[in-house]
Design a protein around this ligand. Structure first.
Ligand code: EPZ
Length: 424
């Protein structure tokens, strides 16, 4: 198993190009199941464990993939299975994204029920509700979702989501693009990753109106074609690197990210006392040496993203005053708090609200990762803690950050990856 050993006190400074977005890559890779017309070439795909897992899943279905220099080529011409097995779905919840495209193209899908995760049950009832609206007959048996298009082909429908769901929006989009007739989705997720999926589907020939808004209208087509596509940059990885500069009193420019994808986060960095400058394809953050406690409430886009909540909490341990951090998306996404408090932070939990009292000097020790963004939070804390911080179980981090220690080291961090054993 790997751990990261971080020696705090180094400023994060310099320039870097953001990585490709994980959360747009996953639905886009699933969407290649919609067309067997030829080989897709997908650029700026991040080199992550989740991408490797998705390749395994596509291979299991019969697709052929290759991955080199962040370009993923996919051919789903020879897909003959519609079964997504437990062993793979268990490793990555986003495997549920194959449900929509398999149903749309083959009229049948058999997907293992995804497990929960460290910060909550992660239900998929909205995915299933949407597929049933499109005419799928869903049965749950022996831990599997078995979905069959009752009339052989899905049919367009009106779908209203009571809760904004990125995954359910992506899944139903990929089902509707080949359905017979028109589908309208209201209260759809408008995250940049869903917008990127819509652009990808439109490049494949899909007819989608309202891209980037919470109301999407899809006119189903008979077939779609393979395409070459450039993935968007990862606004969460970028936000994490900006937080590394802010927490260490540094200054960093990130190339590639679209500032409008990060507006709520950039506004909060400025409110907390950082200097933030943007161009149409870069963001620069300069620390002013002082951080002011700044409260956030994580909600669907364009509000502050839940995937930056843990990273913000690490930053607020160094800010003057008390900041209130609320997560309206995942009410229990606070597994990072006990570990931050072990580093010397003073954070209280009250339901889905945390109170961070700062500034608190942190001192390095061993801490345990529990999920992807909690791990990123602990790395940020390690960058400012006195002495050495050891972040264990970094396999969580490797799911969503491409070679994070190399990228932070290139910006001045003193950080290295080491093997270790948890059994004596
Ligand atoms: C996506 O997860 C992201 N993952 C998550 O990022 C992100 O935290 C989340 O969206 C919210 O932005 C990927 O894109 C691969 P949701 P997803 O459906 O689609 C409830 C990361 O760190 N809900 O938008 O699973 C759910 O419980 C990961 O990169 C239902 O009730 O999230 C939650 O409260 C972590 N029923 C809310 O909706 C459903 O059927 C939002 O979940 C589906 C969701």
């Amino acid at each position: 198993m790997d751990k990261l050993v971080i020696t705090g006190g180094k400023r994060i400074e310099g320039e870097i190009t953001a990585a490709g977005s994980k959360n747009s890559s996953l639905p886009i890779i699933a969407a290649t199941l919609l067309s067997g017309s030829g080989t897709f070439r997908l650029h700026r795909i991040p080199d992550l464990k989740d991408i490797a897992t998705f390749r395994q899943l596509l291979g299991h279905l019969g697709a052929e993939t290759a991955f080199e220099d962040n370009t993923l080529t996919v051919s789903t011409a020879r897909v003959e299975s519609v079964l997504a097995p437990y062993e793979l779905v268990k490793k990555m919840r986003a495997s549920i994204y194959v449900l929509g495209p398999l149903l749309a193209r083959f009229g049948h899908a058999r997907v293992s029920l995804p497990g929960g995760c460290a910060f909550g049950p992660r239900p998929i009832d909205l995915h299933l509700m949407a597929m049933e609206k499109l005419g799928a007959k869903i049965t749950i048996e022996t831990g599997f979702i078995d979905a069959v298009a009752e009339h052989g082909r899905l049919r367009g429908a009106e779908i209203d989501f009571p809760v904004t769901s990125v995954g359910a929006t992506g899944n139903v989009l990929m089902a509707a693009v080949l359905a017979e007739g028109t589908t309208t989705i209201t209260n759809a997720a408008a995250e940049p990753e869903i917008e990127a999926l819509c652009q990808f589907l439109r490049a494949m020939g899909a007819e989608i109106e309202g891209v980037g808004t919470t109301t999407l209208t899809i006119r189903g087509r008979e077939s779609l074609r393979h395409v070459e596509f450039e993935n968007i940059f990862d606004r969460i990885e970028a936000g994490t690197i900006l937080a590394a500069a802010a927490i260490t009193g540094g200054s960093v420019t990130i190339r590639g990210v679209i500032a409008s994808h990060m507006e709520a986060v950039l506004r909060k960095f400025a409110e907390a006392g950082c200097r933030v400058d943007t161009t149409e394809d870069s963001v620069t953050l300069q620390s002013t040496g002082r951080l002011t406690a700044t409260s956030i409430a994580a909600e669907p886009f364009p509000a502050f993203p839940t995937d930056m909540q843990a990273q913000w909490m690490a930053l607020m341990t160094q800010a003057e005053g008390t900041s209130e951090i609320t997560d309206h998306v995942y009410h229990e996404r606070f597994n990072h708090i006990p570990e931050l408090n072990r580093l010397g932070a003073h954070i209280e939990i009250d339901g889905n609200r945390a109170l961070v009292h700062g500034p608190q000097a942190l001192s390095g020790t061993k801490v345990m990762s529990t999920d992807l963004r909690a791990s990123a939070c602990l790395v940020l804390a390690g960058l400012v803690a006195d002495g050495a911080t050891e972040v264990l179980r970094v396999y969580h981090l490797d799911r969503g950050y491409e070679r994070i220690e190399e990228r932070l080291r290139s910006l001045g961090a003193k950080i290295r990856r080491e093997k270790y054993s948890e059994f004596g």
